[in-house]
Design a protein around this ligand. Structure first.
Ligand code: SF4
Length: 483
């Protein structure tokens, strides 16, 4: 029996960048969702604020399935509701070859236009710069509404918001039927394939839930896309020279690589990364800086970055070379206290971020060793939020271990996020491994006082610094073998 074909607005959005994603999203059940839903949460929060500010009265209707949503929307349209938020649109399309295709989309807002007697769609975006997928999405809603209402429909974007949560920019959309028909034809062709289209790893793949699966798939073919930060220009240059796999790239000298357009300063690291994949081992490109041999502290922090957060640190974590960890966590409503969390070390509860920085400062006064952190984020937050005396004493000791790592050794990895590098050395987070999940637990602890939540949040913070210790130790113990 042929598979039913459903084209949704998000499917069309993805079709603008990757056919493989369209196919996988439709036919394969993902093992796990590994992406941070923060962009989504912020978008939802933004839309809710704008919807509330632009509606005088809101009646909520609960629906429990897609079909119920479609029926409720149709009923509201028949009743002449002034505006419908999150409207469910659906139309059946009969192709010339007899195939039925269901078209589905949830538009942010439908507004009744008394002048035309029709509902017009509005898409609400947090950002002000539209992309091709946004335009395609609104084309799709316009098409659905034209089919449903038998009349010409006009769409509008509401972009950004002002201090009163009113849309900052209102942009009339120019409907492009040719663009939409082309995208739908392309999506249909993809959905009628018996197997998934080939992997083509691009920078945007980092935002895709299939990223890890596609990377694993590419390892078998040693695809060029496995190289971290390979620019489009460099990839095209390599392909023009007939170099399509890491095997081929690894066999070239640095000088030969530098003759290819788009590859100059990156020749050494690209070649080392290619060898790392081909031989499945770390490849050293530089001696290890001496400073690492003196040991040091491992440091990481968490800031309130979920919607509603103020961007300030809510947790600072650190450990020594042996992994003895300590955490300072901010809880404005609680008395200052220090206690031991089982298997985690000392936890100090403080009133604000300044106090947290002071606790950290006191611990660092034990010696003057380097303070290792991963990427420029932690030092940047220290610079922006720590009291002056803490900055004066500690900023000069901060050492970006990520920077040192990527410039010293290459691994068979596409990403040098700590969540990829530490597992390469056998370290795994004991609980959840996402900052937003830790912040969610922290917020639950503040709201309920349930220590299980703060233990989970601190477990994440503790594992972040233990991961640093594992990486630091590996560098120190292995560098001489590599060069
Ligand atoms: S990871 Fe990249 S190639 Fe794979 S499905 Fe996603 S966008 Fe497509």
């Amino acid at each position: 029996m042929p598979r039913p074909i459903i084209i949704t607005a998000s499917l069309l959005r993805h079709a603008a960048t990757c056919d493989r994603r369209v196919w996988l999203d439709t036919f394969v059940e993902p093992d796990a969702v590994t992406l941070t839903p923060v962009a989504l949460l912020r978008g939802i929060e933004h839309e809710a604020a704008v919807q509330a500010a632009t509606s005088r009265v809101i009646d909520e209707i609960e629906v429990y399935s897609w079909d119920e949503g479609v029926s409720a929307t149709q009923e509201l349209m028949r009743d002449g509701a002034t505006a419908i938020s999150g409207a469910y649109l659906e139309q059946l399309l009969e192709l010339e070859n007899g195939t039925s295709v269901t078209l589905r989309g949830r538009v942010d807002r439908l507004v009744y236009d008394a002048r035309t007697g029709c509902y017009q769609p509005i898409e609400i975006k947090q950002y002000a710069e539209l992309n091709e997928a946004d335009r395609l999405q609104l084309d799709f809603y316009i098409y659905l509404l034209q089919q449903m209402q038998g009349a010409r429909v006009e769409g509008t974007f509401w972009l950004g918001k002002d201090a009163d949560n009113q849309p900052r920019y209102v942009l009339t959309h120019v409907y492009n039927s040719g663009r939409l028909q082309g995208a739908m034809r392309k999506a249909l062709t993809t959905l009628q394939r018996a197997s998934a289209p080939a992997v083509r790893l691009e920078p945007h793949c980092r935002e895709c839930p299939w990223h890890d699966a596609c990377v694993e798939f590419s390892r078998a073919t040693l695809d060029l896309g496995l190289l971290p930060r390979l620019s489009r220009q460099a990839r095209s240059g390599l392909e023009r020279h007939g170099i399509t796999s890491l095997n081929q790239l690894a066999s070239l000298s640095v000088e030969e690589l530098q003759r290819i357009k788009g590859i100059k300063a990156t020749a050494v690291t690209h070649r080392a990364s290619a060898i790392a994949y081909v031989e499945n081992r770390p490849v050293w490109v530089k001696p290890l800086p001496d400073v690492l041999h003196g040991g040091g502290w491992m440091f990481d922090l968490e800031t309130a970055a979920l919607p509603g957060g103020d961007g300030m640190p809510w947790s600072l974590g650190w450990c020594d070379e042996a992994g003895n960890s300590q955490i300072a966590v901010v809880a404005p409503e609680q008395p200052r206290q220090t206690f031991t969390l089982p298997s985690m070390g000392l936890l100090t509860v403080v009133a604000d971020k300044d106090e947290a920085w002071e606790v950290f400062y006191e611990a660092m006064c034990a010696d003057d060793k380097p303070i290792y952190h991963w990427s420029g984020f932690d030092a940047g937050v220290m610079k922006a939020t720590a009291p002056a005396r803490v900055k004066a004493a500690l900023l000069g000791r901060m050492h970006d271990l990520h920077h040192t790592f990527v410039n010293t050794v290459r691994l068979p990895l596409r990403s040098y996020s700590i969540k990829k590098v530490a597992p390469y050395f056998g370290f795994n987070w004991s609980g959840h491994a996402e900052w937003w999940a830790a912040e969610t637990d922290y917020r639950r602890w503040l709201a309920t006082g349930d220590t299980q939540f703060i233990a989970q949040a601190c477990g994440y913070q503790r594992d972040d610094v233990l991961a640093l210790a594992i990486i630091w130790r590996w560098l120190v113990e292995n560098h001489e073998n590599g060069l």
